[in-house]
Design a protein around this ligand. Sequence first.
Ligand SMILES: [Zn+2]
Ligand SMILES: [Zn+2]
Length: 270
Amino acid sequence: MNLDSVVKYHFAKSTQINDSPRGTSSDTLTGTDVMAAMGMCQSRAPLGYSAFLGKMEISDNDKKRAVQLLTQYGMSKCDKVAALRKLDSNVKAKVVQTLAKFAFKDYSRSAAGVERCECCRGSGFLSEKRSTGKRYCTVYNKGHGPVGDAETDAKIEEVKVICKKCNGKGVVSVACCKCNGRGEAVHREETERQGVPVKRPCKQCLGRGYERIPTTKALQSVSAIAPSLTLDIWKRGVKPFYEDLIAQLEREESFAETQLKRVTSNIAED
Ligand SMILES: [Zn+2]
Ligand SMILES: [Zn+2]
């Protein structure tokens, strides 16, 4: 049993009334076995387990728990970075928590496939101010020059227009624009040389298939909390720290995967 089957199990449970997970997880495991395995995996690998379930939109609680546990991990490491060590403890905690939130969002991207359109804030519409009616015009009295503005019925109206960036959907794809999310690209020279299609990881996304959240967005948020964190300082110490938080989620997920496999193979043997 792997983490993907946990997700299938959760979806099966919410769509079926009976409590039979057979066919959705391992055939040798009963519903009770599956529940036990998930419980054990959660206690052995809490961060990776919650992170994965949160990423797969199983529950908001898992998302919150993942961010909370990642913040704890970050707090235990942040004093290695001078710029973070120097911060007041409450500011430091806020900065680390903000970075943990961004890291979780970045980690979840590959699964979600889409993200909220920033242009319209997810609503799909933008409001545009338009003036309607006549425009002001200056009235001239013969021989006396301008005497004032004419009465007009010009109004400024707010109208809703469809957001062009997301085409009204409120979400935009996070797939890499170079490889369309495939993560690989045709190696043109090698393909010509060998006469068969040769593929290599996409250079734009390094084979991930989706665009990362620009790290400058994380910087903007933390520098609003701690103005001492400038771009220069960010690049030198804080950015690597932030990237380690993302990597930690990946590491913890694969740790949870290993634990789950171990637990379920033990149960199956019993
Ligand atoms: Zn939009
Ligand atoms: Zn790509």
